[in-house]
Design a protein around this ligand. Structure first.
Ligand SMILES: Cc1ncc(COP(=O)(O)O)c(C=O)c1O
Length: 364
């Protein structure tokens, strides 16, 4: 199950989807760049043509943004499409996944006929990415007694919010290279901590694929655009696994406009830095809640003892507030929820509802 399904909630509650406040998908609360709206309106005439199958203009813009060769970029229908294609493209049969993390890496492996094996980050270490243990496993090229072909690192990780330093990720890349293993680095949320991203340097690292998404920071979840950066040879292998025209014309022009709007990006980062700090303080003040550190635009929160994530998710849902129940994510406990940072007004609404619900239990 993923976050962001406002449609099911709206049907169930007999409401309009616009009445649902979605804290379960972590999307830039400032919304897309104003340039995106203008571009979409001005590009209506593209709807009666097939989209550019090469995503040429968008790849040029991304290449300029990252100072890399456009041939190193593969655009997909969301980064999800690229995650799906990677096992086949790279010939991965057994993938190491660092749990708790995004479920699609393991799911895509299984759909491709392969297997995923898990290394767990420690709750007692606030789920910090276990870089030393990972390097150790990668240098051995084996985990739980069987060989692996690669590892995927969600960086920053979802749902924990944890990220390592760029130097530590480089250390991982070296360890995978020595063994000829693949390293996939999912930077879907790295726009929020650019100092921890390995782009653009990692674009030339062999055996490394970096995934980026236009969904989160650029707030285009409904358009489905993501991209991978790799060496030219690897990019070609990945491209060959994608169906033609998988990225819509509107997705391409909107993503291009979004990437080129540096002012909106700066404003979004400033807003997030401030609001994340404010929301954190409010969450920490809720009696018994444990708030994990984050480098992204969401928090992993543990509810007070006696609460189950599923209960509070349901109760908030009845109030049109969607949060992500993380109790079934391997490696977390039953009290774990993930909350996106939204606007000041929305966050206050969530805190008020959470504090009322937690209070009810205390007084009953
Ligand atoms: C860590 C991570 N990577 C990738 C994705 C897929 O995003 P998209 O397909 O919208 O680019 C998600 C979606 O929730 C995610 O959380």
């Amino acid at each position: 199950m993923h976050g962001g399904d406002i449609y099911s909630a709206a049907r169930e509650l007999e409401r309009d989807p616009t009445e649902i406040l979605d804290f379960s998908a972590s999307i830039n609360p400032l919304g897309p760049s104003p340039q995106v709206w203008k571009t979409i309106t001005a590009s209506r005439h593209l709807l009666n043509h097939y989209p550019d199958p090469n995503c040429w203009d968008l790849r040029q813009a991304l290449a300029t943004f990252w100072c890399i060769d456009p041939e190193q970029i593969v655009v997909g229908n969301g980064s999800t499409e690229l995650i799906e294609a990677l096992p086949r493209a790279l010939g991965i049969h057994r993938l190491l996944v660092v749990q708790p993390t995004f479920s699609e890496y393991a799911a895509a492996m299984v759909r491709a006929g392969g297997q995923a094996t898990a290394l767990f980050a420690d709750r007692s270490d606030q789920y910090a990415i276990p870089i030393d243990r990972l390097c150790h496993v990668l240098e051995a090229g084996r985990h739980n007694g069987r060989s692996i072909d690669g590892v995927v690192l969600c960086h920053p990780n979802s749902p924990t919010g944890q990220a390592s330093s760029a130097d530590d990720v480089a250390r991982l890349a070296k360890a995978t290279r020595r063994r000829g293993l693949w390293l996939v680095i999912d930077e879907a949320f790295a726009d929020y901590c650019p100092e921890r991203s390995v782009l653009p340097h990692a674009a030339s690292w062999p055996h490394v694929v970096i995934l980026r998404s236009m969904t989160k920071f650029y707030a285009l979840p409904g358009l489905r655009v993501g991209y991978a950066v790799a060496t030219r040879i690897t990019a070609r292998r990945l491209q060959r696994q994608l169906p033609p025209w998988s990225v819509s014309a509107m997705g391409q022009v909107a993503a291009l406009a979004a990437v080129n709007d540096a002012a909106h990006a700066r404003k979004s980062l400033r807003f997030m830095a401030h609001e994340r700090k404010r929301l954190r303080a409010l969450l920490v003040a809720l009696p018994g809640c444990v708030v994990m550190p984050t480098h992204a635009n969401y928090f992993l929160v543990e509810l007070p003892r006696g609460w189950h994530a599923h209960d509070i998710t349901e109760k908030l849902r009845r109030r049109c507030l969607l949060i992500r129940d993380c109790s079934s994510v391997p490696g977390t406990n039953l009290r774990s929820i993930r909350l996106a940072v939204r606007t000041v007004q929305d966050n206050d609404k969530l805190i008020q509802a959470l504090s009322q619900l937690l209070q009810q239990r205390v007084s009953s």
